[in-house]
Design a protein around this ligand. Structure first.
Ligand SMILES: NC(=O)c1ccc[n+]([C@@H]2O[C@H](COP(=O)([O-])OP(=O)(O)OC[C@H]3O[C@@H](n4cnc5c(N)ncnc54)[C@H](O)[C@@H]3O)[C@@H](O)[C@H]2O)c1
Length: 459
């Protein structure tokens, strides 16, 4: 199938590479010249496990271009995967989605049928808005147009994007048109039936079952995406709330999570206490859902509380440092991990950014390490005038962090941190204090290595 994808970010590029691998004829459009230049050189602009090699493998089946006009007229299916960043009031900004839909409608040929699919995460009712925008453009052009519009929310997890795309739990399609549903069923056929030969880096899991394609109305599809992310966000916030009480009650949250996670109704995933969630989805999508609710005059106290608990986790680390060190003025703190989670270079809404800002505001000097997200974090922290750059240093050598440091804070649970030589780190520090923000280390081992160890929700 000839498909055009608008937007080559985390979602658009992953989708493009996977559909090209599945033998679809893919054209991907982006306005960002820097990304296009890299893609033309065959280099991925995002860090995502496996994406670079798969991009090289499918290069013959994808082209990248800044021009909608060049690719949309010939396409059968167009996927919109542009960003929907938060506005100041939390609402999701759909201007890029609307703009992309307009650009598509401007170049559709009057005598061909198209299926236009919104993959971006959008407020409930956006699909209908896209229908109206497209009709407006057709009427300005004085043409009838023949286009079916659908929603196909994306459930990608950064760091596991390709695995999730080849072996999804489900495909959700919201559409009022049978034609659109039929086109999407053909698009996803190799995934729904698992008829493709798995890429060597992504073998099919032995326990994997064929995924259902659920079809529903567009509003419900849009709501499914927000409800799914909010549920996952609140599951993490719930265990973080329990972790706070464990600290007071001298219980161990890792044991509590194990005990409740064994209940099949609860399940053990998303029950790791820590510094909470960040990234480009949960903070933005929970805020956007609250805006949708507010606009309908409806309160959502559970969603509000999930956010409050989440952002409190970031402050609690700084409080723990305060109470252990007395003051943060003049102290040097090493930060292990800047990306919002392992295996990505995405630092959008990353807990580390808030923690670094708070530490510097409290008078500390920060030395930070991350295996791949330093460049992005440097940009995010330096462009922010509130950060005093004389107090912030980045290092690519993880052991350098501990030289004369007063404390270390593990913020992102990168695999390489699991294997750190704790004794070596502790020896180099002024005061060997380790705040393990993700409960990565065994408290006994950390203490045996000479650390004063403080985890999350552990006695
Ligand atoms: N990143 C994730 O983990 C994830 C997961 C699920 C859903 N989503 C949703 O998917 C959408 C995209 O997310 P992302 O993380 O890929 O965003 P991103 O910011 O990484 O990428 C968006 C891309 O769209 C391009 N773009 C914007 N307007 C354009 C236009 N008119 N024409 C061509 N290109 C245009 C931008 O230049 C950018 O490269 C968002 O709505 C997001 O909420 C993201």
């Amino acid at each position: 199938m000839k498909i055009a994808i608008i937007g080559t970010g985390y979602v658009g590029l992953t989708t493009a590479v996977v559909f090209a691998y599945l033998n679809h004829d893919v054209a991907a459009v982006d306005k960002d010249e820097r990304k296009l230049n890299l893609l033309h050189e065959g280099r991925s602009p995002i860090h995502e496990p496996g994406i670079q090699s798969l991009l090289e493998e499918v290069q013959h089946a994808i082209r990248f271009t800044p021009s909608v006009t060049e690719v949309v007229p010939e396409a059968e299916l167009i996927l919109i995967a542009v960003g929907t960043p938060p506005k100041k009031n939390g609402e999701a900004d759909t201007q890029h989605v609307v703009q992309a839909a307009k650009e598509v409608a401007q170049v559709c040929l009057p005598d061909r049928h198209y299926t236009l699919v919104v993959k971006s995460t959008v407020p409930i009712g956006t699909n209908q808005r896209v229908v109206e925008v497209v009709e407006e453009v057709f009427s300005e052009r004085g043409i009838q147009g023949n286009i079916s519009i659908a929603s196909n929310p994306e459930f990608l997890q950064e760091g596991l994007a390709l695995q999730g795309a080849f072996y999804p739990d489900r495909i959700v399609v919201g559409a009022n048109s049978d034609k659109a549903i039929d086109t999407l069923r053909r698009l996803y056929k190799p995934i729904l039936e698992q008829t493709f030969d798995p890429p060597s880096e992504f073998p099919r899991p032995a326990s994997y079952h064929l995924p259902p394609m659920m079809t529903t109305d567009p509003n419900s599809a849009e709501m499914i995406k927000y409800a799914a992310n909010t549920f996952l966000a609140l599951k993490i916030s719930f265990i973080n709330e329990i972790a706070g009480l464990c600290e007071k009650a001298e219980a161990d949250v890792t044991e509590v999570a194990r005990g409740i996670g064994l209940d099949a109704r609860i399940g053990n995933r998303f029950l790791q206490a820590g510094l909470g969630w960040g990234g480009s989805c949960y903070p933005k999508d929970t805020a956007a859902l609250l805006r949708v609710a507010a606009q309908s005059g409806y309160e959502m106290p559970i969603t509000e509380a999930a956010r409050t608990v989440n952002f409190r986790q970031r402050k609690r680390v700084v409080e723990k440092l305060h109470s252990t060190l007395g003051t943060l003025k003049g102290k040097t703190i090493g930060i292990l991990g800047l990306a919002f989670k392992p295996n990505t270079d995405d630092i959008r809404e990353a807990p580390a950014l808030d923690i670094v800002r708070e530490l510097i505001a409290a008078g500390a000097t920060v030395q930070a390490h991350d295996p791949i997200a330093i460049a992005n974090a440097r940009l995010a922290l330096n462009e922010n005038a509130e950060t005093d750059n004389d107090k912030l240093f980045f290092t690519e050598d993880v052991y350098e962090l501990s030289y004369d440091a007063d404390a270390l804070v593990l913020v992102t649970e990168w695999e390489l941190y699991h294997k750190l030589e704790l004794r070596r780190l502790a020896k180099q520090m002024k005061t060997p204090i380790l705040i393990d923000g993700r409960n990565v280390f065994s408290p006994e081992e950390a203490r045996a290595a000479g650390f004063h160890y403080i985890g999350v929700g552990r006695p």
